[in-house]
Design a protein around this ligand. Structure first.
Ligand SMILES: Cc1ncc(COP(=O)(O)O)c(C=O)c1O
Length: 537
């Protein structure tokens, strides 16, 4: 586009040109394409479309190449094979195939994910059926799981996106079902200048800030951006306390807003994030109250805010309570007739349950029974202590440097279940929705009905002793090298932050639209197929 020829930062005029260009491209698109909601209606006339946000027009997916990013027939969202069976059946099929390969002596015991895309659609429907579903638009937190297939499905469903970086913005805008740039919020209050410039070039206008320096930076690079003030709220009951890093304390907001006004910047609203893995729904009530205060400060500074962004932090176990608390808070502080548009940035809630990881046991070690009296202070006594109460140590082929980084970064407690025992496939499926990744009194295998269990510790494949996936968990007896262990609830903050430390590959994902006995699975299958058929391209 014209503005890319400019050296250094774009001037306001150049930004305006780039925006004009986007607007023109959007207009072309709107004329040329069928709306995704039309598609949804065609697929299932009984769908009530509860997910059409009542106060803003959802933008349909692009069906023509976008000038800012190249459309690629081989886009991974389209090229990956998508099965149509349950995750359990898919995992069993893959394990069986791998076992057959092993018989030919080219062993393939590598770990893999299986994702049921219909589980993402279920989360989406759950959101829409919640007390805030009609009012609050989803801007999916891309960082949580940026797999192209996930982004593609969500875009087709009409959700918008929270992006934290230039790459995330580019990934979303490069989707075959790419949303228009106004369906993206650049929700990172501290952005590299080059990322702000990229946002300007791509026409992504909404972005957050929480400090004066960011205002000067945006003034210099993208003065027509639509700014959202990220405020500090109570996140003391959340697993990941984002307030330690981001968020303007209330006391600093009047100063920031008056600086923004002096700089001639357009502040359109307020955002917050109560912290990821929020355990206390009342944190949302407090945050909405604080946002109201800052809306009032905005008025005093000469602004008329119209956007409230309530961030992420949603979890399935507390979802009903949280959304009820939010709905009540909106009634008090942002009633429908206030005209305030409300958006949210859920990540974990949307994708966590859709992904199951299958790992295989690559080595094991049984606690040795002491042969005689253990002398106090001896090496034997030390060994007994370090092995703890585990009867057996299992070493699996994914660990905390890989997909289980969620244990270190995201404070998750993950739950294993047997997929095979002594090479035999297990029929019993883990529950859905899965056990949450928190401490439980009764381990999953026992909950699933396995009676003859022993204490196991489970370790990742690297040479680091920090690479411990579970210190102590009840596992069925009889598991051995070559057996497979499943881990549900593995879609959030897992594969996206995995490293290849020690030379271990990241676990690939196999996709399915789920068991076709379920309405949601049928719907997702048809939605993807309809998109793939040329009618919408
Ligand atoms: C700005 C922002 N929005 C949304 C999210 C998503 O949070 P969650 O996955 O807890 O819903 C995060 C997570 O870190 C975030 O930083």
């Amino acid at each position: 586009m014209a503005a890319t020829a400019v050296k250094g930062y774009m001037t306001p005029t150049e930004v305006a040109i780039s925006q004009e260009h986007t607007t023109w491209a959007e207009q072309q698109d709107i004329q040329n394409r069928t709306s995704v909601n039309d598609l949804v209606k065609v697929l299932d006339s009984s769908v009530k479309l509860p997910y059409v946000a009542s106060r803003s027009l959802p933008t349909p997916p692009r069906t023509t190449p976008q000038s800012v990013c190249s459309y690629d027939e081989e886009h991974p969202a389209l090229s990956a094979q998508v099965h149509d069976k349950s995750v359990h059946a898919l995992i069993q099929e893959i394990i069986t195939q791998k076992a057959q390969v092993q018989a030919d002596e080219t062993e393939d015991e590598s770990a893999f994910f299986a994702c049921d895309l219909s589980a993402i659609y279920q989360s989406f429907l759950e959101w829409k059926a919640s007390p805030i579903g009609d009012r609050v638009e989803i801007f999916y937190a891309t960082k949580c799981n940026p797999s192209p297939q996930v982004l593609h499905l969500l875009s087709l469903l009409g959700t918008s996106f929270d992006c934290a970086s230039m790459s995330e913005i580019n990934a979303v805008l490069s989707l075959p079902s790419a949303p228009s740039p106004d369906r993206i919020i650049f929700a990172n209050p501290c952005k590299p200048a080059s990322f702000v410039k990229n946002a300007a070039q791509k026409g992504v206008k909404m972005m957050t800030f929480d400090n004066a320096d960011e205002l000067y930076k945006i003034k210099r690079i993208y003065p027509t951006a639509k700014l959202v003030l990220r405020i500090l709220t109570d996140d003391s009951k959340s697993l990941c306390r984002l307030g330690l890093k981001f968020g303007a304390p209330l006391a600093t907001c009047p100063g920031l807003l008056s600086l923004a006004k002096q700089l001639g910047l357009d502040v359109i609203g307020v955002s917050f994030h109560v912290g990821s893995g929020c355990k206390d729904p009342m944190q949302f009530a407090d945050a909405v109250w604080r946002a109201r205060k800052v809306f009032d400060m905005g008025k005093s500074a000469g602004y008329e805010f119209n956007l409230l962004d309530i961030g992420g932090g949603f979890e399935r176990e507390t979802f009903q309570e949280m959304t009820q608390v939010l709905s009540d808070s909106f009634d008090l502080y942002f009633p429908e007739d206030s005209g305030v548009r409300i958006i949210a940035e859920p990540g974990r809630f949307m994708v966590s349950s859709a992904f199951t990881l299958a790992t295989s046991i690559i080595a094991s070690r049984r606690a040795q029974q002491p042969t005689g009296d253990v002398v106090p202070g001896s090496i034997e006594e030390e060994e007994e202590k370090t092995e703890g109460a585990a009867d057996v140590m299992y070493y699996i082929n994914d660990g905390v440097y890989g997909s289980f980084n969620c244990i270190m970064f995201d404070h998750q407690i993950v739950h294993p279940h047997p997929l095979t025992i002594s090479g035999d496939l297990m029929k019993t499926e883990p529950p859905f929705p899965p056990l949450p990744n928190v401490a439980v009194e009764v381990d999953l295998p026992i909950q699933m009905g396995y009676k003859d269990t022993e204490k196991a510790s489970v370790w990742g494949p690297t040479c680091d002793s920090i690479d411990c996936v579970r210190q102590l968990v009840d596992m069925p007896k009889g598991m051995d090298i070559g057996d497979w262990v499943g881990w549900t609830e593995m879609g959030a903050y897992t594969l996206c932050a995995a490293s290849t430390f020690n030379g271990f590959d990241r676990s690939p994902v196999h996709w399915t639209t789920g068991n076709q006995d379920k309405q949601e699975s049928k719907f997702v299958k048809r939605l993807l197929e309809e998109f793939n058929s040329t009618s919408l391209r």
